[in-house]
Ligand binder design. Structure first.
Ligand code: HEC
Ligand code: HEC
Ligand code: HEC
Ligand code: HEC
Length: 313
């Protein structure tokens, strides 16, 4: 399958995509990519004419075993569930702000990708990241935005996935709830104890840390009763965090469904049902094989094979 087949406009037209892909709102665009670039289950027969992603498919929430409690990628979860956690998504940034969706290349190389929107003087400098711009005569990896804000994780040994939640590194959470932090990733400071990392971080950025939903989800996963209040508060949040809080607070007995956003509660009868009853079992990569042969994007996929990449074969 040629890459441009998946995304090129002529093909899209040929495959009879039911809605326009250019000039659409950010959420709509992200939801166009989501059916393939998310880990999810289907609600009944997937029907491409129902365009609202959440009317057709249920993305997994921040499940134990799939995501770390703070929402970083753990298992193969693709990009959508991460990106919707980000401040950038909440501020209308979309996939095509970084990816040329026709060629599947990044729009710009290196830090220039991020400097399309973020100020060079403020961020592309040791004053922000405390790393020299060059190291042993080469551009320093430690000065690359993505190294700290989109750390990669290997899948099936050779495939690397960049965490699309575009988060700020939090070594303090490594100490509190055992989540990884970008500083300690392989090839950076994995040879140092976490106390060394936390010390440097505190020296550079100060000790005060914002509360993080990871601590509530970690406590919820551990079944701690004191997690309840915070989980219910998370359930009122309009994001993937909410459904994670919802799920955990449900399992601990009390639940405020009316606090969940309309999108998940009142969108359609099917969606409503999926929210009010325990969600279906989580999808596995192999359940992604359900793409109908007549997928609007891929005419060439043999039936039974998924349109999504990185299937165990
Ligand atoms: C019908 C399914 C489908 C849809 C919809 C879809 N993609 Fe993809 N995408 C794929 C598949 C399958 C691949 C893997 C292709 C390959 O490896 O050659 C891919 C690959 C990619 C890659 C390249 C990954 C790499 O390793 O270089 C990017 C970036 C990407 N898609 C972004 C998007 C964006 C952004 C959207 C929404 C505008 C989108 N895709 C919509 C199926 C889809
Ligand atoms: C299309 C514009 C755009 C591009 C491109 C972009 N960003 Fe952002 N970014 C934003 C906006 C908007 C925000 C939210 C700012 C706010 O909340 O005030 C943001 C916020 C952030 C944050 C703060 C996250 C947090 O939780 O506090 C980080 C980190 C970040 N971006 C990193 C990056 C990196 C790394 C890249 C390149 C890979 C990048 N951004 C590319 C627009 C962009
Ligand atoms: C060595 C790691 C590192 C690199 C490289 C790095 N950052 Fe950051 N970034 C951080 C840390 C740590 C914070 C949190 C700072 C704080 O809490 O004050 C942060 C915070 C941010 C924020 C959130 C807003 C803020 O000022 O707190 C944005 C936006 C951001 N970085 C963008 C970028 C961009 C764009 C680049 C590349 C030009 C980049 N960063 C390179 C570590 C890094
Ligand atoms: C802020 C910029 C930015 C945004 C927004 C963004 N990506 Fe990416 N994406 C990247 C970078 C950087 C990589 C790593 C590319 C590399 O290493 O070649 C990447 C990698 C990927 C890959 C390759 C596999 C992986 O996970 O590393 C896919 C597929 C992908 N992005 C899809 C998407 C989709 C779908 C969206 C929207 C939901 C999206 N991206 C939004 C910057 C972005």
């Amino acid at each position: 399958m040629g890459r441009d087949r998946a995304h090129g406009p002529p093909e899209v037209e040929n495959y009879g995509l039911v809605i326009q892909t250019s000039g659409v709102a950010s959420r709509v665009q992200v939801e166009l990519c989501a059916p393939c670039h998310s880990r999810r289950t289907e609600l009944g027969d997937y029907n491409h004419t129902r365009t609202a992603f959440l009317d057709n498919l249920v993305p997994v929430v921040l499940e134990e075993g799939l995501y770390y409690p703070d929402g970083q990628i753990l298992d193969e979860v693709y990009e959508y569930g991460s990106f919707v956690q980000s401040k950038m998504f909440q501020n209308n940034v979309r996939c095509s702000d970084c990816h040329d969706v026709h060629r599947l290349t990044l729009l710009k190389e290196g830090n220039d990708l991020c400097l399309q929107c973020h100020r060079k003087d403020a961020y592309d400098s040791p004053e922000h990241h405390f790393h020299q711009m060059t190291f042993q005569g080469k551009p320093n990896e430690g000065a690359r935005c993505v190294k700290c804000h989109m750390p990669e994780r290997p899948y099936m040994i050779i495939d690397y996935r960049a965490d699309h939640s575009l988060r700020v590194p939090r070594p303090d959470l490594t100490v509190k709830i055992g989540t990884p932090n970008a500083c300690g990733q392989s090839g950076c400071h994995d040879d140092k104890p976490v106390t060394w990392i936390v010390d440097a971080y505190d020296r550079w950025y100060g000790k005060a840390k914002k509360p993080h939903y990871g601590t509530a989800l970690a406590a919820g996963r551990a079944g701690k009763p004191e997690a309840q209040t915070e989980l219910v508060r998370l359930a009122g949040d309009r994001s993937i965090r909410l459904s994670s809080g919802l799920r955990l607070s449900r399992s601990s007995g009390r639940i405020l469904v009316k606090k969940a956003p309309r999108r998940l509660t009142a969108r359609s009868p099917t969606t409503k049902r999926s929210c009010a009853t325990p969600p279906p079992t989580m999808s596995t990569p192999s359940s992604r094989n359900n793409w109908p042969n007549g997928s609007p994007h891929f005419s060439s996929i043999p039936s039974g094979r998924s349109a999504c990449r990185r299937q165990p074969s």
